[in-house]
Design a protein around this ligand. Sequence first.
Ligand code: DAH
Length: 332
Amino acid sequence: MTTLDNWKMTIENLQSQDELDKAKILFLGKAGLLTQEMKTLGSLTVDQKKEKGKALNILRENINQAFLQKKEFFDDIILNEKINAEAVDVTLTTRPRAQGKLHLLSQVMEDIETYFGNLGFKLEMGPDVDDENNNFNALNIPQHHPARQSQDTFYLNSRDANNKNLLRTHTSNIQTHILKNQKPPMRVLALGRAYRSDDIDATHTPMFHQAEVFVIDKNITMGHLKATIIDFLRFFFDEKDLAVRFRPSFFPFTEPSAEVDIKMKGRDWMEILGCGLIHPNVLDNCSVDKTIYQGFAAGMGIERLTMLKYGIKDIRQLYENDQRFLNAYGRV
Ligand code: DAH
């Protein structure tokens, strides 16, 4: 039986906030035990009333205090439960996350950059959007040249009908910019995207990448060009005896010009790049003194190099970003 006498124990034994609410009504409510006790005061003498009234008031204080303490105790339990429930287990291992890899084309460009960088070639990326003067005229590519036809070149809206804007058709436009704006001697690796209005098939895409190396200095000869190219190709294809041959050819911006073939182990001769000594007209067009300086240049397709080295048969695989392809050829 709960009585006013055992209030202390009763409150101490409360198990929950709910029980506490009920006990509060039982002791302190309008019809509660303490209120009932107060009502008995009326039948007492003035002195007894004084004494008992004082005692009951103290008792009420004490009971209130005990309820408050008990409530704090329950509040603490609830708070701790909440903190535990919301806790993050920092010792839990994370879910595995796929790590991105360097795309094969980026790897090849990075390798080329590193190789030529070590030889003192400065990387230039030039503008992708250029004009006919820089992309064609300065490079001695005549007006009637097929590369200038609109089925080969993406022309852009242009104010000057005689010098239309376009997406560069090769990274040779970088040569124009550098020759015009920097002082020789120079060694440059021109690297970036080129655009041609081609169909998309196993060997063509309207956007592709080219690397062009060129050197301007005094007394530059075909010998410098040949050594540079042969060493590079042997490094790139990782065959120290790779057979390399130079065939006479024609490019408007070089004279003499050559096409270069390689013969990888167990395979036929394959054309790999074009090169030559920079045409005197190009030097003139870019205000480089041809009586003092000569130069060589070589241009190659990054996709072609990549496909030959890694045995990729369809250029489109380089752009589809199939996860299996990216994982198989990606480099971390
Ligand atoms: N610009 C040529 C092209 O887009 C590639 C090229 C060939 C660049 C011979 C050169 C070179 O510098 O000497 O097809």
